[in-house]
Design a protein around this ligand. Structure first.
Ligand code: SF4
Ligand code: SF4
Length: 340
């Protein structure tokens, strides 16, 4: 069994975290059964967010009787201290608990610090003094904010996209967190669906001091990760070959889904999904992508005003508007029943 300690928090758990974003899409009873199975199977860390609709409520419903035996992380997108407190009280109520183990600023556009005028970091400190949160974390999609958060020494953990398709800049963040004794939670450990070999994804994470947060919705997906609780995959020549093949296949002008460009899009396009849709359709079951929700995401591409903000923020120097157009064209063909 592989354990990971999240830096100075001392939180030590099995190296498989439960990402509770997808449980929004299943019923309360299904979610409760899934969460309980995860807990019984050895998963001890559950990551949710105020903005994941009823995810917190489902965790409260499914796990409140074993609350003391697990760790809960949640997040607030608050931009003011007033909203911070509202969010924290809502989260505590829905989670049916009087404390959150790790409270994270959810992808803020800047790194909150004491004295910056927002009052956000001071609110975190006060919440900690009151015993409502145990540790302070930050999640982000922007390298500059992540680097600033690490350098500040103010945060116990960083949550950032990290998987075997990531670039050297993300690996550097993982190493910097280790140097600073900060915990690192790997978001998008399956690259939002582009990585289909979970054993290879796990074996990659095993090389680093990270806690991968696997987004889980179906019992079969959960069972796959529960197998890794007892028998963590080790890197083998076969898995190395899978990684190499994926890196080659996905090299060059493909969108990594990092989302660095998204906050600046005036059309609010879900670029991290839409610019990868052709790959997602080729590499993962298409039904989910062709749902009403998927179609709504892709239709938004029509709102692109070609302002170029996305390309300007893309660390991979992609021609993002062109990628969006190509992916939308492919998508419409698949919707019309043509093979890709
Ligand atoms: S070019 Fe299009 S997709 Fe890119 S930021 Fe502008 S509106 Fe959004
Ligand atoms: S277009 Fe670039 S910045 Fe935007 S999500 Fe894709 S890889 Fe990331």
């Amino acid at each position: 069994m592989a354990q990971i300690t999240l830096g100075r928090t001392g939180i030590t758990v099995n190296k498989n975290g439960f990402g509770a974003l997808p449980i929004q899409r299943i019923t309360r009873e299904e979610a409760a059964a899934l969460l309980r199975r995860a807990f019984d199977g050895g998963i001890g860390f559950f990551d949710t967010a105020r903005v994941y609709s009823d995810s917190e409520e489902k965790i409260g419903y499914g796990l409140s009787d074993v609350r003391q035996q697990l760790y809960i992380a949640t997040k607030t997108p608050a931009e003011t201290a007033e909203d911070f407190w509202k969010d924290l009280h809502t989260s505590l109520t829905l989670l049916k608990t009087d404390y959150v183990d790790l409270y994270q600023f959810h992808n803020p556009a800047f790194c909150p610090k004491p004295g910056d005028g927002s009052g956000l970091y001071e609110a975190m400190e006060e919440a900690k003094r009151q015993g409502k949160i145990r540790f302070i974390g930050i999640t982000n999609h922007r390298l500059n904010v992540a680097r600033e958060a690490i350098a500040s020494g103010l945060y116990d953990t960083l949550q950032f996209p990290f998987n075997y398709l990531s670039g050297p800049q993300e690996t550097e963040l993982v190493e910097l967190c280790k140097e600073k004794n900060m915990g690192f939670l790997s978001m998008k450990a399956l690259s939002g669906g582009l990585i289909t070999n979970s054993a290879a994804a796990y074996a990659f994470q095993a090389r680093y001091d990270t806690l991968p947060i696997w987004g889980v919705q179906r019992p079969a997906e959960l069972e796959e990760f529960l197998r890794y609780v007892e028998n963590p995959p080790e890197m083998t020549a076969e898995l190395e070959a899978v990684i190499e093949k994926d890196r080659k296949e996905l090299a060059g002008s493909f969108c990594r889904g990092c989302g660095y460009c998204m906050p600046t899009c005036p059309a609010h396009i879900d670029i991290a999904t839409a610019a990868r849709m052709s790959l997602l359709l080729r590499r993962s079951p298409s039904a989910g992508h062709l749902s009403e929700e998927g179609q709504a995401i892709m239709r938004k591409v029509e709102d692109c005003i070609h302002c170029g903000q996305c390309s300007a923020h893309c660390p991979y120097e992609l021609d993002t508007p062109r990628l969006l157009e190509e992916n939308y064209r492919d998508y419409k063909e698949v919707l019309a029943g043509k093979p890709l």
